[in-house]
Write a protein that binds this ligand. Structure first.
Ligand code: ARG
Length: 447
């Protein structure tokens, strides 16, 4: 490894200890290296605005930062263990190319605000991506809810309860994913604050142009208090993982339903062939591995959240513990987003077995309808309930699921789904959609 930035007074580094403190940091920094470079460009622009860099120095630095970004993207610059971390690599490269001018880049900044700003830019992109997937899932669910309304059993406690429909099943997840998109946006707005210029966490004796870097980097506002910038490290990562976790919670329920519904015992759903795999020993098997792995990804997101939450038991100010939050963050998003990315296609292409759904509806499932009809005719509900309970097995004979569904006029039920209200919320989100970023390929695993 090259000499670290902080090497001084002839103190020798111990290789084993360096390996321990650096850990896999330099590889993790690949995930947001381009953001670190973008923030460095804004920083040098700010330094030029207060006369700390001459305009030609600023231009050289910005040009070299662009070249570094290109070299990194094309693979001709490799961020690896020859550097302590990505931040050091930027300064080393600028110094190698520009000599003393390169050595000026770190004026008035610390790796503490550098890692914060790079992480935050990365997080904003991931939340835009999350928002996009949530809206796609909501759109597919809404379309299917308005196209098909096959009767199916509605369960409570996994026991047959009342007549439901595939439209009700899809409508529920449509509204869930509209909410998940809203949560993703609210979280993005919440974290959209520029920490650059807080330096090590206490500011510096320079009139840094923090408003300028805020605008240049596209932040919604300045994160004002230098001390809060450090307090927000991990806290904002946690908020983003919570927004992701909210979508993953619904994804896990969908996966659970589908893993039940595709069993021979239910036989309600057929998955597209690509979503199943065979067994190495049992020639008869088609297994729903994809939905099981989607369900499992919830655990990775929850683990990331848990790890960061545990790390945050810290006093004020920067503590090196915070470095560990990066691995958890990248793992959580790296596992969660690709599962969500598959969901629109899966939901759009699964097919229902209408006959099996209908065969699973038994007469007792009309008992609630019968009791309420009698209550409508003036019988006190508790008496109507008891009468229906006594004859539950026969009470619904001769009724059809379609009658039950169309009579279910309580708003949000099958007779009054109000899909247009959900569509209006979704259209409003689409109208102000932020452009889709590069995608989760930016989450590069260590080699
Ligand atoms: N790799 C470090 C991190 O992620 C960068 C900041 C280092 N700051 C320091 N004071 N050692 O936290």
């Amino acid at each position: 490894m090259a000499e670290p930035l902080w090497q001084k007074n002839g103190v020798q580094m111990d290789a084993r200890i360096m390996r321990f403190t650096a850990g896999d940091d330099v590889w993790l920094d690949r995930a947001f290296f381009l953001h670190d470079i973008a923030a460095s460009k804004a920083h040098v622009e700010g330094l030029a605005a207060i006369g700390l860099l001459k305009s030609d120095e600023c231009e050289s630095l910005r040009r070299e930062l662009d070249v570094l970004a290109e070299d990194f993207s094309r693979g001709s610059f490799v961020l690896d263990a020859q550097f302590e971390d990505g931040h050091s690599a930027i300064e080393a490269r600028l110094t190698e190319r520009l000599g003393d001018v390169g050595r000026k880049v770190h004026t008035g900044r610390s790796r503490n605000d550098q890692v914060l700003v790079a992480t935050r830019l990365w997080l904003k992109e991931r939340l835009v991506e999350l928002d996009g997937y949530c809206r796609q899932v909501a759109r597919v669910c809404l379309d299917r809810a308005s196209r098909e309304a096959l009767p199916m059993p509605g369960y409570t406690h996994l026991q047959r309860a009342v007549v439901s429909s595939t439209a009700m099943w899809f409508a529920g997840f449509a509204e869930a994913f509209v909410d998940n998109a809203v949560r993703s946006r609210d979280t993005l707005a919440w974290i959209d604050a520029n920490p650059l210029g807080s330096a090590a966490g206490y500011g510096v004796n320079l009139p840094l142009q923090r408003d300028l870097t805020t605008t240049a980097l596209g932040f919604g506002r300045l994160q004002v208090a230098a001390t809060y910038a450090q307090l927000s490290r991990g806290k904002f990562e946690l908020a983003a993982l919570e927004a992701l976790g909210s979508a993953m919670l619904d994804l896990r329920r969908i996966a659970w339903d589908l893993s039940l519904f595709t069993t021979a015992e239910f036989d309600f759903v057929h998955l597209p062939d690509e979503y199943t795999t065979g067994s190495s020993i049992m020639p008869n098997k088609r297994n729903p591995d994809v939905i099981e792995l989607m369900r499992a990804r919830y655990a990775s997101v929850a683990a990331a959240r848990c790890e960061i939450e545990q790390l945050l038991s810290l006093p004020s100010g920067y503590q090196r513990d915070l470095q560990v939050s990066k691995g958890a963050l990248f793992h959580g998003f790296g596992q969660g987003l690709p599962a969500l990315a598959l969901l629109p296609d899966l939901l759009g292409r699964l097919t229902w077995n209408g006959a099996a759904l209908r065969a699973a509806i038994e007469p007792a499932m009309y008992a609630t309808d019968v009791a309420i009809e009698r209550a409508l005719a003036g019988v006190p509900f508790r008496d109507a309930y008891r009468a229906a309970a006594e004859a539950a097995a026969r009470t619904g004979e001769g009724r059809t699921p379609e009658q039950s569904l169309s009579a279910r006029v309580s708003p949000g039920a099958a007779g009054d789904l109000r899909l247009e209200d959900l569509r209006a919320r979704l259209d409003a989100l689409d109208d102000v959609a932020v452009a889709h970023p590069a995608g989760h390929d930016a989450v590069r695993p260590p080699p």
